[in-house]
Design a protein around this ligand. Structure first.
Ligand SMILES: Nc1ncnc2c1ncn2[C@@H]1O[C@H](COP(=O)(O)OP(=O)(O)OP(=O)(O)O)[C@@H](O)[C@H]1O
Ligand SMILES: [Mg+2]
Length: 373
């Protein structure tokens, strides 16, 4: 597919790093293709908080030139040896809508979709860059007027509908990203919204619907993927930093101290109950919003979500998967972003526990590798 963001990019000819500019940390993954396989060369992350006088783990908004500087620091620190890259765009910087249009010929579809999509975009379409994907049909999906419109005559007309996933990004955001990559001297051939990258690294060729639950610092993202295609994305406006801030407030301690407690829950000593009571509040909020979204999907399409895949730094919380299992009442697994790539044997176990926040960067690097052919 033609890259809709190409006007903002300088095209590179060789690769491969994936960069994820998260709310609390920037991650990079360098891959190489060796005998047709994706091989991990290096990876690393840098927390943004300390660059803004805040603690590690907190979400911060930094100006583009600062972000470029941090990317440069990170590439040096991680011994990255190429600038050929793809860069992720946060879901919160985009607008994703699933729209339904009458099924017409492909040519007519190409004309109709941008016009229909306008209705869902709250700003003039000239201000956004848009892309769309037609959701493949499962079986002939038709809307029967007998069911949907009682006024229609008996035996009613059937109108076939096609679902289309429309994604738009404000040009100002793309311009900011273009200036970040310029400042960091990156040779970037595409921008991609983070959800597509996570799906690439985490989801196998599963046919039953699965969900990805990405708990970052600022927010938690939920994606539902059915037959390999994203069908639903949702942002919950609470993330792992809300657990830290709740602890800081509850115990009247600094966010630095609270962050340490959160990351060392496996050995907190006597205060265990008080700590769990505090973090349960934001956690329950996140779980219940996520459950509502999953249940609504299951009801609408009459299908059950076979598995929830956990990712993002926030799910590294001690005991998180067990809690999630209780709440979601389905299979819950820790996602392994490195499962599709070859990693050095000595890193395999370390990556399983400390690499949870790399699904976006790996997914971007995998796409970049595909560009090599
Ligand atoms: N061992 C741990 N236990 C609990 N929380 C952790 C642990 N390690 C990291 N975190 C939390 O994970 C969060 C960072 O995760 P991640 O890097 O996925 O977020 P991000 O990508 O920067 O944010 P976003 O996805 O919202 O843009 C931080 O809030 C951090 O406190
Ligand atoms: Mg993230």
């Amino acid at each position: 597919m033609d890259n809709p963001f190409k006007n903002f990019l300088k095209h590179g000819d060789q690769s491969v790093i994936g960069i994820d500019i998260g709310a609390s940390a920037i991650k990079v993954v360098q891959l190489a293709k060796v005998r047709g396989k994706a091989v991990l060369k290096t990876y690393g992350s840098l927390a943004l908080g300390p660059y803004a006088g805040l603690s590690i783990g907190q979400a911060v908004a930094l100006p583009a030139d600062k972000v470029s500087e941090i990317i440069n620091d990170l590439l040096k620190e991680a011994n990255v040896t190429t600038r050929n890259s793809g860069v992720a765009i946060p879901l919160r910087s985009s607008l994703v809508s699933l729209i339904e249009v009458p099924t017409v010929s492909d040519r007519e579809m190409q004309q109709m979709i941008p016009l229909e999509a306008r209705k869902y975009i709250p700003v003039p379409v000239s201000e956004v860059t848009m892309d769309w994907w037609i959701i493949p049909k499962e079986e002939e999906k038709s809307f029967d007027f007998e069911v949907f419109n009682k006024q229609q005559p008996q035996g009613g007309t059937k109108i076939s509908k096609t679902e289309v996933l429309v994604v738009s990004i404000h040009n100002e955001i793309l311009n900011t990203f273009a200036s970040i990559i310029k400042g960091a001297n990156l040779d970037t051939s595409f921008f991609e919204i983070e959800m597509f990258a996570s799906i690439r690294s985490l989801v196998d060729r599963e046919t039953a619907p699965v969900a990805i639950f990405d708990m970052g610092a600022a927010g938690t993202k939920l994606y539902i993927i059915d037959r390999g295609v994203i069908r639903k994305s949702h942002i919950i406006n609470k993330g792992s930093q809300d657990l830290t801030l709740a602890l800081a407030q509850g115990f009247q301690i600094t966010p630095e101290k609270a962050e340490k407690i959160k990351r060392n829950l496996h050995d907190v000593g006597g205060d265990e109950k008080a700590i769990y009571d505090i973090i349960s509040l934001p956690l329950d909020y996140i779980f219940s919003e996520a459950s509502t979204v999953l249940l609504a999907y299951q009801k609408k399409y009459n299908k059950s979500i076979s598995k929830v895949i956990l990712t993002g730094g926030g799910v590294a919380l001690f005991g998180f998967a067990e809690r999630a299992k209780k709440r979601f009442e389905t299979e819950v697994v820790m996602g392994n972003p490195f499962s599709k790539i070859e990693t050095p044997a000595f890193l395999t176990d370390i990556l399983k526990t400390t690499g949870l926040d790399f699904s976006v960067a790996v997914g971007i690097a995998l796409r970049k590798l595909q560009e090599l052919g």
